[in-house]
Design a protein. Structure first.
Length: 171
């Protein structure tokens, strides 16, 4: 089975489950449908934007052999790096040299780092799904049909389906 066929079957099965909510009530269905599509679009859009960014960096060969974002978040100061620890007694350490070395390691904001961060977050694949999410929520609220006890759990359906679809798209 091809990637397109698997993705289509996942989407059709999940949409059939969402459509079955019309048996309960029309308001229930609208809440489920808007929440499902919103979260699905956000997850798939984010994965497509990330895939596009990675492919662009690999094609242009501008990637750095540096720590990835997750390592930077989990260990911002590099405490768990594989670099050897200086086991010199405290009397023999030159504190001024150590401070200068550590200051040199600290990265400041530069135009290129800001550009890199903005490129990943300001993508049509990311912006359009969030606009859909916000406008869908506002539309439900303005029409007095928003039911948070239905809407919030329904976001999970889109997240789960979106993760499966994103996994298929990534290959």
């Amino acid at each position: 089975m091809s990637i397109l066929q698997r993705t289509t079957s996942i989407l059709l099965i999940s949409e059939a489950l969402v459509l079955s909510s019309t048996l309960y009530s029309k308001v229930f269905f609208i809440n489920v449908q808007v929440a499902y599509l919103s979260s699905l679009f956000v997850i798939v859009g984010a994965s497509l934007a990330y895939k596009k960014m990675v492919i662009t960096k690999v094609d242009s060969e501008t990637y750095e052999d540096d720590r990835d974002l997750l390592d930077t978040i989990e260990d911002p100061h590099g405490l768990y790096d594989d670099e050897p620890i200086n086991e010199v007694p405290p009397e023999e350490l030159d504190l001024k040299t150590i401070v200068k070395e550590e200051k040199a390691k600290i990265k400041t904001f530069s135009v290129s780092s800001i550009k890199h961060g903005v490129r990943g977050s300001v993508s049509m694949y990311r912006i359009v799904p969030y606009i859909f999410l916000v406008l869908g929520f506002i539309a439900l609220k303005n029409n007095n049909i928003l039911d948070l006890s239905v809407y919030l759990p329904s976001l999970l359906i889109g997240i789960v389906v979106g993760s499966f679809v994103s996994k298929e798209i990534a290959h």
